[in-house]
Design a binder for this molecule. Structure first.
Ligand code: GTP
Length: 365
């Protein structure tokens, strides 16, 4: 799950709390309109009508515009709290015989609504319950102070404990999600890198290539490089030394090109460099620089027959036309093959080969 998804989850929880809050307020206000006794008729009042009206308006808005965010829970809770306080005061004036039960039931009803819907929203909870609590205490005038205070205290203690536990678990979940997300990013990055050289592997290249082809309209070149006589190097110096040579050649290639070029370990001792936003002559210069940097490493290679006494690379380069990477790769491979044939430690451009096709037809076939 992404962090954005978690945020969306929190938002939907908020919307649900608002929906339930409005629904319970409507239901309770309708309940309060019921007749007081058998003989009495419907006892509607301005505050209950306002609560019902206000709740229904917001509920309709909620359903008609499901995508619109309504950060109004706190304000709504406070307005409802005031209206309930008004309603309780008005209804209290109609109570003929007062034994404390009316105020207690009113208080518990409001706490019930708040605890069910606003337990995650501390400020809204306080703003909703405070006007009613103060009104009830004032109306009771100390007659049932102990009962009322213990009801308020029990509710508040329960709410506070639950709120604290919920916040702790929310914090934990958020931390967990963010850790998981970071780990996922790290693993995804690692899966695109070659562990020996730290260069991109084929997967990494594919990923970057898609990105580059989408965002860079300029001209790009595919450069395919291969270490000369590397089997002989491995056979004579050992695999561990072979690994070291590969790592050093990788650094030289990376150093020789620009940061925006994509350097990939394409196979065992084969590298692919995607030279981005570059013209043919600069691409050739960069390729030549790689060849020189590798030679300058002066990694001894006595078995690089007739080429050099050090490790060298051969390379083929081809332009990337019309985003056809496979074709450019095949062309670069062809040029590399011919560079090997022409004595190694050499770079050939596929486009130059096409021009020389007439003069060396046997080469290009
Ligand atoms: N040490 C080491 N060697 C590797 C690795 N991957 C591939 N190789 C070796 O690279 C060598 C490639 O040999 P070949 O494909 O015959 O090419 P070459 O000997 O370089 O010959 P040319 O390309 O024609 O110059 C093989 O011996 C592989 O074992 C690696 O990760 N580490």
């Amino acid at each position: 799950m992404k962090l954005q998804t978690y945020e969306a989850l929190l938002h939907s929880k908020y919307r649900l709390a608002l929906l339930l809050f409005l629904f319970l307020n409507t239901a309770t206000s309708l309940f309060f309109m019921l007749p007081l006794g058998k003989a009495s008729s419907l006892s509607w009042s301005i505050p209950t009508l306002l609560i019902t009206f206000f709740s229904l308006i917001l509920l309709s808005w909620y359903f008609l515009k499901p995508k619109v965010e309504l950060p109004i829970l706190t304000v709504t809770a406070f307005i409802m709290g005031l209206l309930w306080a008004w309603q309780i005061a008005w209804r209290f004036s109609l109570v003929f015989y007062y034994d404390g039960s009316f105020l207690l039931i009113s208080l518990i009803s409001i706490f019930f609504i708040s605890a069910l819907t606003l337990s995650d929203y501390f400020v809204a909870f306080c703003l909703h319950t405070a006007p009613v609590t103060l009104t009830v205490l004032a109306l009771d005038d100390g007659e049932h102070l102990l009962v009322l205070l213990s009801t308020i205290a029990l509710t508040l203690i329960g709410f506070t404990l639950q709120h604290m536990m919920r916040r702790r678990s929310d914090r934990f979940t958020r931390r967990l999600v963010s850790q998981l997300y970071e780990e996922k990013e790290t693993y995804s990055d690692l899966s695109m890198l070659d562990p020996l050289t730290g260069l991109y592997n084929r997967r990494g290249l594919k990923n970057r290539l898609e990105n580059i082809l989408e965002n860079h309209a300029g001209s790009h070149f595919v450069l395919l490089l291969d270490i000369d006589h590397f089997k002989a190097y491995n056979d004579n110096y050992g695999h561990a030394m072979g690994d070291q040579a590969l790592a050093r050649v990788s650094v030289a290639i990376r150093d020789a090109v620009r940061s925006r070029d994509i350097v990939t370990r394409y196979g065992g001792e084969e590298f692919l460099v995607l030279l981005t936003n570059v013209n043919a002559s600069i691409a050739m210069k960069l390729a030549e620089r790689i060849r020189q940097y590798v030679l300058d490493l002066e990694i001894p290679h006595r078995f690089n027959e007739r080429v050099s006494t050090h490790v060298t690379v051969s390379a083929g380069i081809a332009a990337l036309y019309e985003d056809d990477f496979d074709q450019a790769l095949a062309n670069a491979d062809r040029a590399l093959y011919l560079a090997k044939n022409r004595g190694r430690n050499t770079i050939l451009a596929y486009e130059d080969l096409l021009h020389s096709e007439l003069s060396h037809p046997a080469d290009v076939i």
